[in-house]
Structures are given as C-alpha cells and as structure tokens.
Design a protein around this ligand. Sequence first.
Ligand code: ADP
Length: 458
Amino acid sequence: MWRYFTFFALGVIAVIALVCYGILGSAVTSQAKRRVRSVGSDMLGTINNPDLTAADVEQKITDYALSDSVDVFIFDMDGNLEMPYIALAEEKIAPVYEAVNKNLGEWAEGKTAEYNSRSGNRTTFNFAACVTLDGTQYKLLVRYPISHIAELVKKMEIYLLIVGLGAFVIAFLISYTLANKLSGPLREISGTAQKLAAGNYDVQFNSAQYAEIARLSDTLNYMKDEIEKSEDFRKELLANVSHDLKTPLTMIKAYASMIKEISGNDPEKRDKHLDVIIDEADRLTGLVNDILSASKITAGLEQVNKKVFNLTELLYGVINKFSYLQETQGYSIMVDVEAELYTLADEEHVYQVIYNLISNAVNYTGEDKTIYVSLKYNAEEQRINFAVRDTGKGIDEDELAHIWDRYYRSKDSHLRPVKGTGLGLNIVKVILQKHGFNFGVRTKQGEGSTFYVDFPRA
Ligand code: ADP
C-alpha cells in the first residue's frame, strides 16, 4: 500500500517538474519579449508626441533603465549614441549599432525590427525602429537581456529538485504511516480469523476507527457468532443423541434377543415383547424430533417467523391430533374456544407449544381422563388467554421450579399415553421467551394443573 502511495507522489512530482521545465522557460522569455515590445511602443509614442521635448524622451529612457533594467538607446545616422548621455566605450557601442543597422536596413519612417543578439554569453532580445526627433532621423533600440532568464530557470530547476526530493521524502513518510494505520487493523483481523479457523471461538474482531473496517469487523463477529451457534448445536446434538438414544436402543436389542431366545414360540409373550419394541421405536422417533427442535431452537438456528394466523383453527388442528386417544382410550377433551381469534407469532412454533402442553395434560390428568382447553379474548388485558387444565395430582412445590428445565422428568413413572422425553416444557419455554409472551402454570395439590399462555391479538 505504501509503495502505491509513494509511486503516486513520485508521479505527481514528476508531472510538476516536467510542467515547470517545459513551460517556465518559454513563459518567462515570451513575457520578456512582450515587455520589450511594450517599452518600444511607449518610446515611439513619446518620441512622436509633438508636446514632449527631447528632455522628456531622455527622462523616460532613464526611468526605464532604472526601474526595469530595459536598455533604451537612440543612435544618430552615423552610429553615435544620441541618448542616453552616458559614456560607453566605442568598441561596446559599435557592434550594437551594427546589429541595429543590419536588422533594420535602410532608414524609413515607421520601420521596425525584432531580433535576438548575443555577445559573449549574454543573449538579449531587441526591438529596433526608425524614428524622427526634432526633424532629425534616428534609430531607436530597446533591448532586454534574456540570458539571465535562463540562469533563473536553472536556479529554479535546482530549487525544484530540492523541493521535489523533500516532497518525495515527506510523501514517503506520510504514505508509510498512513498505510500502516490502514493495514494494521486488517492484519489484526486476519490474525483473529486464523485463530477462529483453528477452532478458538473466544476471539473478538476489534473495530477500528475506519467505518469500512468497523463494518467488516461487525460482519465477521456476526459470522463468528453464527458459526459458534452451529458448533454448539452440533456438540449438544451429539451429547443428547448419544445419551438419549442409548436407552431405547438397549431395550430394543434386549427384547429382540428375548424374542429370539425365549418367547419366539409363545405368541402371547412374543406380542408383549414386540409391543415393547414398537413402543421404544416410537419413543425413539419422538425423541429424535424433540432433540432436533430443542437443539435448533436453543442454539438460535431457528428463526422466529412471525405472521398473523388463525389461532382458533390451529388449536382445533392440535386437538384433532389427539382424537385417537379419545376414541381408543376414553380420554375426553372439553373445549371452550372463541372463534376467529387471530394472533401474530411463528405458527409452527405456536403449534409445538400447544401440542406439548396438551400432550402433557393428557399424560398427567387424573382418573377421569378429562382435560379442559380454553381460548378466550380478554378485552381488558388485550390478550388472548390460552389455558389447558388437567385433573391430575398437580405439581409439587419443589418440582415446580424444575419442570421447565431441559431433560427434567418427574421421578414417578406412571403410565403415560404419550411418551415423554423431558424436553417438551423446555421447548415451550424457549419458544415463548423468544416471542416475549407471558406464560406459566397454576397448580394445586390433588386438583390438577393449568398451563397458560397469553397471545397478543392481531
Ligand atoms: P415430559 O412430559 O416428557 O417428561 P416435559 O418437559 O413436558 O417432559 O415435562 C417435564 C416435567 O414436568 C414432567 O416430567 C412432569 O413431571 C412435569 N409436568 C409437565 N406437565 C405436567 C402436568 N400437566 N401435570 C403435572 N406435571 C407435569
């Protein structure tokens, strides 16, 4: 990065140098020429002005000599210096006049000429003209040395070189610091990413003061969290599966061996053993489903997709699932449900909640095998109250705190029509907490329990 910066600075300096070298010299020279021409025309104006005397012309020449270092000479036709009245050696004047004569040619009123001349290492730009002063013919010369311009340009070149080198060093230093500042956080991010790749999830991508890098860090942190979640999910699933699947599998294997070795020819015993195998297989299926959804929900892999749906219809759908229990085992579900109640929630999750709560009520209800389901809109609370009540023996005070925990199952192993895994209420809790809905249980020893959820109305 700093190399690019430095090359860029070098390029800019090179362009500036080229422009200076190329344009500066010719710009200054043409400026000098313009100056000579303007002095020339000013002199002509002064000479041709009938109101001004020779003394005025002389004064003007002196002014120019003093203020602009522009030389103005007026020669007579013999090559003698008429003005200014200064003593100049003959050998110095002669070649100057010679050049004027050569470039101007025969005297003619209004004739002018421009030329460069050299003497030694001095170059001058000249403007010559034929003039008449007080009725006498003269030759006017205006000249300005341009060789000092070349010297000036040379000096400027040296300055330019020094300034250019200085600018280059400064540009290098600035770009080096800047590049380090920019790439430092990037290097840090890539280091962190390497640690993450090596399986260390305790890392954090630090934000820099640059918005883009800060955004990149945020995205990477988000990615890390997601990876961590699925990693947690993977670990949990592995632990749950190995722990929970072992028991039913051992049972299935044991009963299969029993059929093979003992009960094979005894239809009654064999059927009993086969029933156990079928039961355990069902349990396995339920278990796998529960473990999957519990792990997914807890790991945050399952998104809450809220939408408006008919809660009444959904509730009837769940109740229908239990109709086989009503028909085959004499259970009755008493329903007190308001029609057309709509809520805003994740439909699938709510289905799971209601299913789990009703199946628990079925499992734990009393001798009368009756459960009560109600769904009503409470205008005061502006909530749809869902409740499912059983007539079981209720939940102990000390058990109450644990029923929502993962894998918690009461110790009493009474016969249950729906096989439990100890995950049901935990799934209910996680889902409802994610939605932010109010829920809970009211229970009384010997009278039964009521599980309730308050849904918002949509
Ligand atoms: P599972 O029912 O599969 O054991 P749950 O997570 O659904 O697992 O329930 C956890 C525990 O909470 C149960 O083992 C039981 O002790 C208690 N429980 C749940 N629902 C009821 C209920 N309606 N009546 C009495 N106890 C209940």
